[in-house]
Design a protein around this ligand. Sequence first.
Ligand code: DGY
Length: 320
Amino acid sequence: MNKPSIYITRKIPGELVNIYENQYDIRMWEKEEEPVPREILVKEIQHADGIISMLSEKIDEELLSKAPHLKVVANLAVGFDNINVDAAKKRGIIITNTPDVLSETTADLGFALLMATARRVIEANNYIKTDQWKNWAPFLLAGTDIHHKTIGIVGMGRIGEAIAKRAKGFDMEILYHNRSRKEEAEKKLGASYVSFDELLRLSDYVVSVVPLTDETKRLFNKDTFRKMKPSSIFINISRGGVVDEEALVDALKNKVIEAAGLDVFKNEPINSEHPLLKLNNVVCLPHIGSSSIETRTRMIQLCLENVDGVIQGRGAKTPV
Ligand code: DGY
């Protein structure tokens, strides 16, 4: 009898996959840094019982319609805005993501980005490396304090809570806005629930941790930036689509807000000609929120466990 077939849309370490090789016919796109071309994915999906997908793949209605055997799509991310979940549900295909295992790592990165932006760490690094450091000066590369400032977390899910935990250690005042109140988190972390407008008005740091949905698309736009303090810093570690990037460029150029730290962009990879990348008051990262060796390894393992669970009839550990 033929073994069930799994397709993995990016090269991942063989030792993580090997343990499943007796049970499955496993195929993998052979490149680590380049997404699988659509036409190859279309071909591979025709035979697949399960796939492990990356954010770079659009798992849409058209693709799913070409997958007669497909039972499960395990997305290597907590976000799954690259997948048409309704279309999958209609076909009885289970979608899984990787919650929990990446929350602390992503919060670490979020805080690193916040600190790098506030304290001008990247500029300072470049300053030395380009031999500009000639003298000590009282306000040389002076940034903004983090401790005892107010952080506004938009989206108090698992990553939002992990950010709040770090902010607490910095004696920050913690505000949050979320679809629903998180009373546990309020008690545990000393966070206060406020309206979105109030959060924008009061925060020194506005941190976006919201998933990209129809409701959050361009949530951060000309109007919202105008409601923020001129001294405020905007941090985005969720999805680029929650920001109107043109409005952000305007806000940063015209000092409507002070600076931004961005791990995510509307179109990824962002082109170096993009106006956002020309600004000194922006720190940019290539979507590496959950990218530690430990966490990415655990995420891959979880994807494999999900695919195996569904195909073997035990069910998924983390269905969306
Ligand atoms: C996620 O898991 O959604 C992240 O953005 C990927 O690092």
